[in-house]
Design a protein around this ligand. Structure first.
Ligand code: NDP
Length: 407
């Protein structure tokens, strides 16, 4: 998917073949296998990866995913998208991504700590505040980042908060990082709602109720929207009269799942995506909006909280469906990496900002990137996704061309 998108944009931009070849492939890929002592006394082997897509603009940046579907191919695609995203919003980073193939929900805290520390140990020569800076993604959180930072720091012999972002505030994290991605999604939805002059209250459906999905829901509900549908890996819930977000959150925190929540009907997860709403936010995994779903969507705004939720085949269909406005993933969920950048800057300077400073700066960058996309899309008569990818890829291509080929 990532390569198909790249090829299409490279052709559109008329990039020289040499430049295309240089920026298409990941610069560095690390594949590791390591043992972890499980609570049962058994020693289990796990596979992990870290891919650094390009280092033309600065160190690389990207999340760490703990998930059973993790493969080298998936991580490479996610690293490539991170490159275009960082370039689009003007951050001095290349893209990276990492992950371990595992089932975090079925592991104890001790087992997760063991896995995180052994994986980090394998990454030590590969990461660092000037080299490659991991962050949370699916299945990882502040605690995992704290263990990563501790493992790295113990090895080098002094505290290195800038080696990861998305850490707890007590050990050098920034205010606002945990909510950054979801708040960024809600901010952009608000901007597009104003642009399209959609009357309120907005009816919202969200796939995924983890970090991105639940924070987006919270912010949109606070802004007056009505949550009519929501799903996690256990169930998809729908109530056209509205689902009480705060009761739902309490239920999820208590039971660990959405299934069984009494104030809504359960339905098939794919069906939920196709229900009538103003805003649809996929905030779980890749490729959920395929050509079949794309034909059936009944939303006005598709806000891509997840990375790569829409397949290229679905994109062709959506390009014809002008009534649906797409906020493409590399803009929509970029709040996470933007505030990660602020965290890294604060760590490097040992000087910390207020939450208001973080969010004001975040909104300024998001607004600027949205304006550039709208202008490019208008001037070149292309979709918002083509515009966003073109702006990101063009910047990386220019940097690579300026730096030349070594030696
Ligand atoms: P989390 O692990 O916090 O949440 C993922 C959510 O997706 C969980 O609620 C999970 O369910 C749900 N889920 C998994 N499979 C399905 C399914 N088949 N149907 C419906 N829901 C499902 O991850 P994040 O919120 O961090 O990440 C979500 C997406 O956002 C990913 O694509 C990620 O790459 C992207 N993203 C995340 C950023 C961040 O800052 N965290 C930054 C930028 C992008 P359950 O709760 O049952 O496990």
């Amino acid at each position: 998917m990532a390569c198909k998108q790249f090829d299409r944009v490279a052709q559109f931009l008329n990039l020289p073949e040499k430049t295309q070849a240089i920026i298409k492939w990941p610069q560095r890929s690390l594949s590791v296998t390591f043992p972890v002592k499980m609570d049962s006394g058994e020693v289990r082997m796990f596979s992990g990866y870290r891919v650094q897509h390009h280092l033309a603009l600065g160190p690389t940046k990207g999340g760490i995913r703990f998930d059973p579907d993790v493969t080298l191919g998936e991580i490479s695609a996610l690293a490539m998208w991170m490159s275009w995203k960082c370039a689009l919003v003007g951050l001095p980073f290349g893209g990276a991504k990492g992950g371990v193939c595992c089932q975090p929900a079925e592991m104890s805290k001790k087992e997760l700590e063991g896995l995180t520390r052994r994986y980090t140990q394998e990454l030590i020569p590969f990461i660092g505040p000037q080299k490659d800076i991991p962050a949370p993604d699916i299945g990882t959180d502040e605690q995992i980042m704290a263990w990563m930072m501790d493992t790295y720091s113990m090895q080098v012999g002094y505290p290195v908060p800038g080696v990861v972002t998305g850490k707890p505030v007590t050990i050098g994290g920034t205010l606002g990082r945990k909510e950054a991605t979801g708040k960024g999604v809600a901010f952009l939805v608000k901007k597009i709602t104003e642009l399209l002059k959609l009357p309120g209250p907005l009816r919202v459906i969200i796939q995924g109720f983890g970090n991105v999905g639940s924070v987006s829901a919270c912010q949109l509900v606070k802004d007056g929207a009505v949550l009519v549908g929501v799903s996690d890996s256990s169930a998809a819930l729908y109530n056209p009269k509205g689902i009480n977000y705060f009761q739902l959150l309490e239920y999820k925190e208590k039971t660990g799942r959405l299934a069984g929540f009494p104030e809504a009907d359960e339905m098939d997860g794919v069906e939920l995506l196709c229900q009538h709403c103003d805003v649809l936010i996929p905030a779980a995994k890749e490729r959920v909006i395929n050509e079949v779903v794309a034909e059936k969507l009944r939303c006005r705004i598709l806000a891509e909280g997840a990375n790569g939720p829409t397949t290229p085949e679905a994109d062709h269909i959506l390009e014809e469906r002008k009534e649906i406005f797409i906020i493409p993933d590399i803009l929509c969920n970029s709040g996470g990496v933007i505030v990660s950048y602020f965290e890294w800057v604060q760590d490097m300077q040992s000087y910390f900002w207020s939450e208001a400073e973080v969010f004001n700066a975040l909104c300024r960058i998001l607004s600027g990137a949205l304006d550039s996309i709208m202008q490019f899309s208008h001037e070149n008569k292309v979709s918002t996704r083509m515009a966003a990818l073109s702006l990101g890829i063009k910047k990386v291509a220019e940097a690579k061309e300026m730096r030349g080929v070594f030696p």
